[in-house]
Write a new protein. Structure first.
Length: 298
């Protein structure tokens, strides 16, 4: 390989407010990228200062900021929607300062509305945001978490299903609109992530590395919609997904972005064991990346 860092980069998500402190705590473990999570609520961080602080924290590590992510609802009515749109605009404008061209988050949803009934508002909001981003060389990536919604109703995100992606990208046919793909959400919908990945790889701008463990006894007994979850999120290597196959498909599809571990969800490696889970996941993904290389040309 000709690049100094293998492709794709393997990194992790960090909370934006922890910024440089988090990077200095993690950099000795060899993470190659960091995606900044600005959360679901409007933020008050001074972005230019944050970018300067992160640049200093990254210096000499070879690691990069892979994406800026905001998870509010830009399709909400009134002040809440306006505030979320403002956050998207700020991150789009500042992304080059952070050395990234990806701004990610939820596509939003008209609260209580179906996917189809949310599309006119999506077209209005993201038609303008996509144009703004294109002027700055920025790509927008939609995370695929259902956030408890379904096709008929929900309150946060319509971008959870391939049929929705088809409609969204038809409504706003901009090449800088794509996906922040997390295969755990596909697994939790009982779909196979690999065919989905191969179909949509050209539209994937950022990847969350999170796995899922299916509780088949719960599925058989009660299905998906009861009080006991039929699937739980796990760190990569602890769920059902073949990450060597995922990385191979990304490479073959020409993906050149980052695969960033999303923590904070694993029922075992959390709290005091969060860092242990992160490091284990990074080591596992490195093994998968090495394993996929000999077969790339086959």
């Amino acid at each position: 390989m000709h690049n100094r860092t293998p492709v794709p980069r393997l990194g992790t998500l960090i909370r934006a407010e922890e910024g440089a402190v988090a990077i200095r705590r993690l950099r000795s473990h060899g993470f190659e990228s960091y995606a900044l999570n600005f959360g679901p609520r409007p933020f008050t961080l001074e972005l230019s200062q944050l970018a300067d602080d992160l640049r200093a924290a990254l210096a000499g590590s070879g690691a990069v900021i892979s994406a800026l992510s905001f998870y509010g609802n830009p399709l909400a009515p009134g002040a809440a929607g306006c505030a979320a749109i403002c956050c998207w605009r700020q991150l789009i404008d500042m992304a080059p300062w952070f050395g990234t061209d990806v701004v990610a988050g939820f596509a939003g949803r008209v609260p209580g509305a179906s996917v189809d009934d949310s599309l006119p508002r999506f077209q209005q909001v993201f038609g303008a945001l996509a144009a703004r981003a294109a002027e700055r060389g920025v790509r927008l990536a939609f995370e695929n978490c259902p956030m408890g919604g379904n096709w008929t109703t929900g309150d946060r995100n319509i971008a959870f299903h391939p049929a929705a992606w088809e409609r969204m990208f038809a409504a706003v046919p901009a090449p800088n609109l794509g996906l922040e793909w997390d295969p755990s959400h596909t697994l939790c919908q009982l779909a196979d992530p690999l065919p989905q990945l191969r179909r949509w790889v050209k539209r994937i701008f950022h990847v969350h590395a999170k796995d899922a463990q299916l509780r088949r006894a719960v599925l058989r007994r009660a299905g998906l919609l009861g009080p006991t979850p039929a699937a739980v999120h796990r760190f990569p290597g602890l769920g059902v997904l073949d990450w060597t196959a995922v990385l191979r498909a990304l490479r073959r599809g020409g993906y050149r972005g980052a695969v960033d571990i999303e923590g904070w969800h694993d029922p075992v490696f959390r709290g005091a064991r969060e860092l242990e889970g992160q490091i284990n996941a990074l080591r596992y993904l490195r093994r998968c990346r090495r394993a996929c290389e000999p077969s790339l040309g086959s």
